[in-house]
Write a protein that binds this ligand. Structure first.
Ligand SMILES: [Zn+2]
Length: 227
């Protein structure tokens, strides 16, 4: 592997396989992945200044502001980039405002780091099929994910978690009509983000995500120059 550190931004609809791809990168290379959801929860539970702002937004039923998300992302990148060859940003930056803040920070601080933008593309009808076949363990502490459709992702016993034997359920936002609405929102954001990145001179590498996860992984590695 070459020694240039990388920050890799993932774009892709829910169900496009970003999670599976991140896991393969983490297992293979020890890379770190930013999850804004988990990071928000961590800040809230630790009562940090950012956590207090997030907690206030959640309790008053408003969205966490772009500024708070940007600050949280920056802090995380500063801490984690020291310990690994590459960072994966999944779900951040989510908006163009966040992308502007992130790029400003990146340009000012990380001249020697390579920024790579990856879009995992899967046709809408395939996403709808994938997500409506997705089953999640009802045990909150487990949350393992299975598929009622893809043979190697099925649970051993129908409707029962392989790991903790709790019942499997369909998440309400994985129902077909809800997925269609989530996809519409995603396309709107994704188009704005990709045109923004292209306008400021970045290449958006499009990877066909409508394949097995290992094939997607191989193609991804070619794009990031790790093979
Ligand atoms: Zn389970």
């Amino acid at each position: 592997m070459n020694s240039t550190k990388k920050i890799i931004v993932f774009l892709g609809a829910p169900g496009s396989g970003k999670g599976a791809l991140s896991r393969l990168c983490i297992e293979s290379f020890g890379w770190k992945q930013l999850s804004t959801g988990n990071l928000c929860r961590k800040h809230v539970s630790e009562g940090t200044p950012l956590g207090q702002q997030i907690d206030f937004a959640l309790k008053s039923g408003t969205l966490v502001s772009d500024d708070v998300i940007i600050d949280m992302g920056k802090q995380w990148i500063e801490q984690e980039i020291k310990n690994t060859d590459a960072l994966i940003l999944d779900g951040f930056p989510r908006t163009v405002v966040q992308a502007i803040g992130f790029l400003k920070f990146f340009d000012e601080n990380y001249e020697q780091i390579k920024l790579i933008i990856i879009e995992l593309r899967v046709p809408d009808h395939e996403i709808i099929e994938r997500l409506s076949a997705r089953l999640v363990c009802s045990n909150k502490a487990c949350q393992a994910v299975f598929s009622a459709r893809i043979e190697k992702l099925k649970s051993c016993v129908d409707g029962v978690c392989d790991f903790c034997a709790s019942p499997l359920i369909q998440r309400s936002d994985d129902k077909a009509e809800v997925v269609a609405a989530r996809l519409a929102t995603y396309h709107l954001h994704c188009e704005k983000l990709t045109s923004f990145y292209k306008n400021v001179g970045y290449v958006v590498h499009v990877i066909d995500g409508n394949r097995g996860s290992l094939e997607v992984f191989e193609s991804f590695l070619k794009h990031v120059g790790t093979t």
